[in-house]
Design a protein around this ligand. Structure first.
Ligand code: COA
Length: 170
């Protein structure tokens, strides 16, 4: 194993690979739509149109490579003043397992904290991924206004304890 492969911290690894994690811009819309569409085709995410993403571009965080290609994304959607939903969490297949999912979710949590939300939740087919990020199973009945697909599981994470750290990272 080379020393490079020993870099386990996802922030250090992204820096080494010259990957930037940041708020999305209009120039990222096509990349986000393509990335989400890749997983929507496998019924893991709901598809998004370019118009939908462009309208909500301020809600998205992305990881991009040096050429500006979108490798990962995650978005925050307000559910109530204290609660936000994480949606469109996706990492390009070729970039899996490098910590980018963790980094874009963390960026989206930071955005939620900056907006004053105390917790985030998600409906997902990948609860183990969210468990690795500190999420707990939640009762989907707690979110009656969310129309989720019946086979997804609901996960939730409180942001209050580290809100200032998250806000500083946004
Ligand atoms: C789920 C997904 C976002 C994970 O992205 P990723 O970049 O490969 O994940 P990371 O490398 O950041 O992994 C973070 C942690 O989650 C764990 N993890 C990731 N995917 C996992 C899975 N499917 N099952 C169990 N654990 C998983 C990793 O082992 C890692 O744990 P560690 O930090 O303790 O080692 C990615 O596989 C994806 O885009 N899937 C298709 C779309 C999807 O299902 N999105 C989520 C639905 S809301």
């Amino acid at each position: 194993m080379t020393p490079v492969e020993l870099v386990r911290d996802p922030h250090q690894r992204a820096a080494r690979d010259q990957i930037a994690v940041r708020r999305a811009r209009l120039a990222d819309v096509g990349g986000i739509v393509a990335l989400v569409g890749e997983w929507a085709a496998e019924s893991l995410l709901l598809p998004r149109t370019a118009a939908q993403v462009a309208r909500a571009v301020d809600d998205y965080c992305v990881a991009v490579d040096v050429r500006g290609r979108v490798l990962a994304c995650a978005a925050v959607r307000e559910y109530s003043p204290s609660l936000a939903e994480l949606v469109s969490v996706a990492v390009s297949r070729a970039a899996h397992g490098r910590g980018l999912g963790r980094l874009v979710v963390h960026a989206a949590e930071s955005l939620a904290a900056v907006r004053g939300h105390a917790a985030v939740f998600a409906h997902t087919l990948q609860p183990e991924f969210f468990a690795a990020l500190g999420y707990e199973r939640a009762d989907r009945a707690a979110y009656p206004e969310k129309r989720a697909r019946p086979h997804t599981l609901c996960v939730r994470r409180a942001l209050a304890a580290d809100a200032s750290e998250l806000a500083a990272a946004a």
